[in-house]
Ligand binder design. Structure first.
Ligand code: SF4
Length: 89
């Protein structure tokens, strides 16, 4: 298996290592962006998503959520980022 492609990009004033493959699906392919419980910036945001957001903020990371317990996930009709695009999480 080939090594993952990693490039260097500036994001909000920080030079970051970026996986173009993961970045390409960060919004469209993340379960959180496709779940009705994902409400960043609101008091009723999913607590798991809130914890992930706080960790991402603390460590200056961007992530894709690829798995979530079926007992928690609730499919949205529209991708959150396409609906609102309020944050570049
Ligand atoms: S239930 Fe899962 S997919 Fe939905 S917002 Fe929470 S962590 Fe993300």
């Amino acid at each position: 298996m080939a090594a993952l492609e990693v490039v260097t990009q500036m994001h909000y004033g920080t030079e970051k290592a970026v996986s173009p493959a993961a970045e390409a699906i960060r919004h469209s392919g993340s379960l959180c962006y496709n779940c009705v419980k994902f409400k960043p910036g609101k008091t009723d945001n999913c607590p798991a998503a809130e914890d992930l957001f706080m960790a991402a903020k603390k460590w200056n990371l961007a992530m894709v959520v690829a798995q979530c317990p079926i007992s928690m996930f609730e499919a949205a009709e529209q991708n959150f980022h396409e609906q609102t695009n309020p944050f570049d999480l």
